[in-house]
Design a protein around this ligand. Sequence first.
Ligand code: PEP
Ligand code: MG
Length: 594
Amino acid sequence: MRENREIRYTGVGVSEGVVVGRVLRVHDETRYVYRTRIDPDEMDRELRRFRAAVRLAKRQLLSIKERAEQELGKDHAYIFDAHLLMLEDQKLISDVEHYISEERSNAEWALKVVCDRLLAVYSEIKDDYLRERGSDIEDVVKRLLVALSGEQPAHRNLSQDAVIVSQDLLPSAVAELDLDYARAVVTDTGGWTSHMAIVARGLGIPAVVGLRDFYWRARTGDTIIVDSDRSQVILHPGPDTLEKYRPLTGVVAERPAVPISSGDGGLIKTLDGVEVTLRANVELPAEYAGVKDYGAHGIGLYRSEFLLSRRGLLVSEEQQYKVYSEVAKLAGEHGAIIRLFDLGAEKQHDAQQDAERNPALGLRAIRFGLAHDQIMRTQLRAILRAAAVGKLDIVLPMIADVADIARAVKILDEERLKLDAEIVQQGKVQVGAMIEIPSAVLTAHKIAARVAFFELGTNDLIQYTLAVDRGNEDVADWFRTLHPAVLYSIKHSIDAAKSAGIPVIVCGEMASTPAYAVLLIGLGAVDLSMTPPLLPRVRLVLSRIDSGKAREIANECLECATADQVENLVRQRFLTEWPDLFSSENLPTENDSA
Ligand code: PEP
Ligand code: MG
């Protein structure tokens, strides 16, 4: 019997607000399959269990397909047809059943053996597209394994009070959740810059991450309080605790008294008249409304990899064209910057990535695109075509130096020419570089001469400058946003862009944290992009500071030797200069945000 004692866990609160809800465990889709021997008199039951799992998986797929058709249109639903066909493939089903009977094997093991054989055949296929379809088999196998285990799949419709609890939620899994009903998110891994945290803030729901082994302690249906403001999660809260929390629940910390659609079009001025542009970062359709509601100056960063639901389920050119056209319309006259797929370590489950020794330093982002240029070409064509509908630009992720840019631009030019030859309408796009790894910072002057703009990805910049995994809570103490090395890198990149006369948009999570945003202004930034619900706070703070003062403080920070020194300095100076804007509670201590 499980003991339902009230237990409190502390992690990192990465959004705002408090909710009471019910746990919905969402697994990360990696499962281990073991072999057990089935007694002859249990054979029929095992076969029935397998057939029931196939029926359940079919029902699930039909309902997902229906939902996908309604929400995304018929074109998006074809993926599920392929999966349904597989479940109807009599050869596959009978091979599994045969293995169960002949080998007296449990259904899970039989499924694995049969599908591994099939996958081995697929992996030999020369044609890239067909070989990739192997991932559809993996997907169907996962679904059947979940069905056999009796667990709910990740993409089920969420109930109104669902609190998503997972070890880690990758964009591929997030994209499949019906997040309209999610009340909060709780994960074992991650920090302020992990993608689930970014998405939770975008949706305006509470989130606590970095809870280590909470997933194993919670069960679907358990009552849970998520107190993002205090970085706490309370499992099985007792009546007294529930009573205490009742007045707080559903309350997201008060936002500043600035009209939401502020009418400034995302252009504000500091007290001394420096104009600052505020744009929106967007990942999911659920965030689209925020772009207008919070008055952003277009979309500064569209993280396109959130379009991909799982490895292999690549979105066709036509589907991407529709999405990018919609994004362009949403962004309006100021346009949207589409980042090419930043596929990689923390963003996608991928057998190949898993096999990499050090995936954060592996085949991700632009490297992945250059290595799989067909995927990149399809995406580029879709963007170029959608750029005829509205203003779109492209940013290349994880650029190391000008060689990466030259290779990507060559491919872009080839696709432009092909579209012209096919007489397909296309728009003009500018190409920018994500500056987020140290080699790009150090060669920023050279890169600036080759691109139209920079985007400073401070999340990865911190990770790579300090050699600290941004999603690993064991090293969270070393993830120091205010490390002088990070500040030098930002200053150096901004200066390089300025001397080349190109703009810099800061789009990492630093931009959305008021105290960090002030320092960014002090380091010379005038263009920030962030998750829409956080725009009002940044807008309020930046419109009440003097940029000259911010510069003075930033210069003092650059003289410091350690992150501790910078933090102390920021605390002292901000509290003295802007006591009405900052208090010790809303100034960042590390792994925290203002
Ligand atoms: C970054 O690295 O700061 C960034 C904006 O991109 P992402 O968080 O998606 O890596
Ligand atoms: Mg990045």
